[in-house]
Ligand binder design. Structure first.
Ligand SMILES: Nc1ncnc2c1ncn2[C@@H]1O[C@H](COP(=O)(O)OP(=O)(O)OP(=O)(O)O)[C@@H](O)[C@H]1O
Ligand SMILES: [Mg+2]
Length: 259
């Protein structure tokens, strides 16, 4: 089976996109899957988390978008093999924010990533895309390339507001794409003791039904500890609740693919 591309997206900031990209990537690796994580965010949080500092890199995802024809050579310059998380990694760069202007005249500019990923779908079982928290050329490229859009939703009272925008974008794309974009929502930063959290989770399940994953990611301070230490949670505390839950998420995603 060709590799699956999963875009991790939500226009709301700070909901757990980057944490999900890195931790799910590490979890899938632990299930013996071949995984590539790509940093599509100009803030390059995922890259910095893994100690790849954009200003010191020879090439980044930015160069992939710049190439007229992304061949193996450009991938070899970009890819970091076997990072601390166990997966391969394509770092981002602040320069990704220039693409909006750079690509203005480019034909089929929404398809660049999809075309560039052609060979990567053979090389990997999963390609995870850490998306920026705003609509633009990068998010569109990610949604077009994606077999599945994974939407982390923070289970607090403001969280539902952010997903409306994303659903609008998905609806818009579905009108022009040959096949509709599949999406699943992932409840994150859940706190069982907080009434607002429990309410939001109920609303999510009521409104989105089976589009909400069974796995719920609870609030776990070990995630902060991990990013501060440049590690994934499995290397800080493999028994932490967050580690166990992202492994469950990985299993659920693999199960869904096979269903
Ligand atoms: N389940 C969790 N429990 C506790 N803290 C978490 C959890 N998930 C993420 N965090 C923390 O919340 C903060 C925001 O998470 P993250 O960077 O993954 O969000 P994001 O959606 O990628 O943000 P942005 O929109 O800015 O890119 C980080 O400090 C992260 O360590
Ligand atoms: Mg992020």
């Amino acid at each position: 089976m060709a590799g699956r591309v999963i875009a991790i997206a939500n226009q709301k900031g700070g909901v757990g996109k980057t944490t999900t990209a890195l931790t799910l990537g590490a979890a899938l690796t632990r299930l013996e899957k071949r995984v590539l994580v790509m940093d599509l965010d100009p803030h390059a949080n995922a890259s910095v988390h893994l100690s790849y500092f954009p200003e010191t890199l020879e090439a980044s995802v930015y160069d992939l978008f710049q190439e007229q024809q992304a061949d193996g050579a450009i991938w070899e310059r970009i890819l970091k093999l076997g990072t601390g998380g166990g997966f391969d990694f394509a770092p981002g760069s602040i320069r990704l924010s220039e693409l909006e202007v750079d690509l203005k005249e480019r034909k089929n500019k929404g398809l660049i990533l999809n075309v560039a990923l052609e060979d990567m779908r053979e090389r990997y079982d999963y390609v995870l895309l850490d998306c920026p928290p705003h609509v633009g050329i990068l998010l569109v490229n990610a949604l077009v390339a994606a077999d599945l859009v994974l939407i982390p939703i923070q289970t607090d009272f403001l969280a539902l507001y952010g997903i409306r925008l994303l659903f609008d974008t998905i609806r818009l794309l579905n009108r022009v794409l040959p096949r509709p974009v599949r999406y699943m929502a992932l409840p994150t930063m859940f706190d069982q003791r907080t009434a607002a959290c429990r309410r939001i989770l109920r609303i999510m399940r009521d409104k989105l039904g089976d589009k909400v994953l069974e796995t719920v990611i609870h609030f776990d301070t070990k995630f902060r500890e991990s990013s501060a230490g440049g590690k994934v949670i499995f290397d800080v505390d493999p028994k932490a609740r967050g580690a166990v839950e992202y492994l469950n998420l990985a299993r659920e995603i693999v199960r869904n693919e096979n269903a």
